[in-house]
Design a protein around this ligand. Structure first.
Ligand SMILES: Nc1ncnc2c1ncn2[C@@H]1O[C@H](COP(=O)(O)OP(=O)(O)OP(=O)(O)O)[C@@H](O)[C@H]1O
Ligand SMILES: [Mg+2]
Length: 53
C-alpha cells in the first residue's frame, strides 16, 4: 500500500518559490485503483513523481 502523511513539495526557481503540495495525506490500499483529478497545474504530476520515488 501507499501512504503519505502531510507531504509538502515546493519548487524554487530563482527568486520564485511555488508551493505545489501542502499537507497531502493519502492512503491507497494494495490492489486498489485510484485516479487523481484536478485542473492543470494543480500538482497531479508532482504527486505522482513523489509516489514513484
Ligand atoms: N520542475 C519544476 N520547476 C518549477 N516549477 C514546477 C516544476 N514542475 C512543476 N512545477 C509547477 O508546479 C505546479 C504543479 O505542476 P504539475 O505538473 O504537478 O501539475 P499537473 O496537475 O500535473 O498539471 P497538468 O494537468 O497540466 O499536467 C505548476 O504550477 C508548475 O508550474
Ligand atoms: Mg501533469
Amino acid at each position: 500500500m501507499i501512504k503519505l502523511v502531510s507531504v509538502k513539495k515546493s519548487y524554487k526557481t530563482g527568486a520564485e518559490h511555488t508551493e505545489v503540495l501542502k499537507d497531502v495525506s493519502i492512503d491507497i490500499d494494495k490492489g486498489k485503483y485510484v485516479s487523481i483529478t484536478g485542473p492543470s497545474g494543480s500538482g497531479k504530476s508532482t504527486l505522482l513523481h513523489l509516489i514513484g520515488d
